[in-house]
Design a binder for this molecule. Structure first.
Ligand code: ATP
Length: 240
C-alpha cells in the first residue's frame, strides 16, 4: 500500500455460518477520506462493515494504519479507533441523550476529556444539547441518528463506519446529517466509511465510492467521476 493508505482491505471474504456473503473484496481508504460503499439491498454492505469491526468471521487481510485488525474481537477493534454506527442506530431508547453519549466513551479513561467531548458533540449537533435530558427514544429519526453518530464520536475514532444513516429519514434531514458528517471529517480529519443505498445524495458528500454487487466490488472511482458518468449511474446505481 502507498503512504496515503489508511485502511487497506485485500481479498476480504466473510459470511455467516457456512454461507459466504463477501467473495474477495479489495479497496484502500486514504486517511481523512469519506469513502462511500454503495449497492442495492443484500449486496453485502452491512456485512462489510461488520467484517471491519470484527463482528463476523473473515478471511483475507484488513489493515488499519499498517496494523492488522483483530478478528472477531469488536472491543479490540474499537480500541484501535474504529467506531461503528450500526443500521437502525442502536441508541438506548430509555436513556437520555447525554447518557447515550457517555456510553460512547466507555473505552476511555480520561473523565475530564469526556466532558469536553460531550460539549464538542453538542457543538456539531446543537439540537442534542437542547434535548440532552430527554429519552433518546422520544426524538425524531434524524435526531436519533445524530445521537448515534455523536455517541460514536465520543470514542474519538480515527475511522467511523456509518451503516445506512439515511434509512427512514426525509431527504432534507439526510442532507443536513451528511453536511455535519462532512464538517466532522474536515475539522477532525476523521476517516469515514459511509454505507448507503441512496447513491445520488451520497456521491455529493463522498470523495470516493465503491459499488458492491452480490459480495463483489463491481466499480470504484472518485465520487465526481461516478456521478458524471451517466451510463454508470444508470446501470449500477439506478440514477436516471
Ligand atoms: P441491506 O441494505 O439490506 O442491509 P446489505 O447490502 O447491507 O443490504 P447485507 O445485510 O450485508 O447486505 O446482507 C448480505 C447477505 O447476507 C444477504 O443475503 C443476507 O441475507 C445475508 N445475511 C445478513 N445478515 C445475516 C446473518 N446475521 N445471518 C445470515 N445471513 C445474513
Amino acid at each position: 500500500p502507498d503512504a496515503g493508505t489508511f485502511l487497506a482491505v485485500a481479498d476480504l471474504r466473510a459470511g455467516y455460518g457456512a454461507g459466504r456473503v463477501l467473495h474477495g473484496i479489495g479497496f484502500d481508504v486514504a486517511e481523512g477520506e469519506i469513502c462511500a460503499i454503495l449497492g442495492t439491498n443484500g449486496a453485502g454492505k452491512t456485512t462489510l462493515l461488520r467484517a471491519l469491526c470484527g463482528m463476523v468471521r473473515t478471511e483475507g487481510s484488513l489493515r488499519l494504519a499498517g496494523t492488522a485488525l483483530p478478528r472477531r474481537r469488536p472491543e479490540a477493534v474499537a480500541r484501535l479507533g474504529v467506531a461503528h454506527v450500526p443500521e437502525g442506530r442502536g441508541t438506548f431508547a430509555p436513556l437520555t441523550v447525554e447518557e447515550n453519549l457517555r456510553l460512547g466513551a466507555y473505552v476511555r479513561r480520561d473523565r475530564a476529556g469526556v466532558l469536553d467531548d460531550i460539549e464538542r458533540v453538542y457543538g456539531y449537533f446543537p439540537v442534542l444539547k437542547e434535548r440532552r435530558a430527554q429519552a433518546a427514544g422520544s426524538l425524531s429519526g434524524g435526531e436519533q441518528q445524530m445521537v448515534a453518530i455523536g455517541r460514536a464520536l465520543m470514542s474519538r475514532p480515527r475511522l467511523i463506519l456509518l451503516d445506512e444513516p439515511s434509512l427512514g429519514l426525509a431527504p432534507l434531514v439526510t442532507r443536513e446529517l451528511f453536511q455535519i458528517v462532512r464538517t466532522v471529517n474536515e475539522k477532525e480529519r476523521t476517516t469515514v466509511i459511509l454505507v448507503e443505498q441512496n447513491a445520488h445524495l451520497t456521491l455529493e458528500f463522498a470523495h470516493r465510492a465503491h459499488v458492491l454487487e452480490t459480495g463483489r466490488i463491481v466499480l470504484s472511482g472518485t465520487a465526481g467521476d461516478i456521478r458524471s458518468d451517466e451510463q454508470i449511474a444508470r446501470s449500477y446505481l439506478g440514477i436516471e
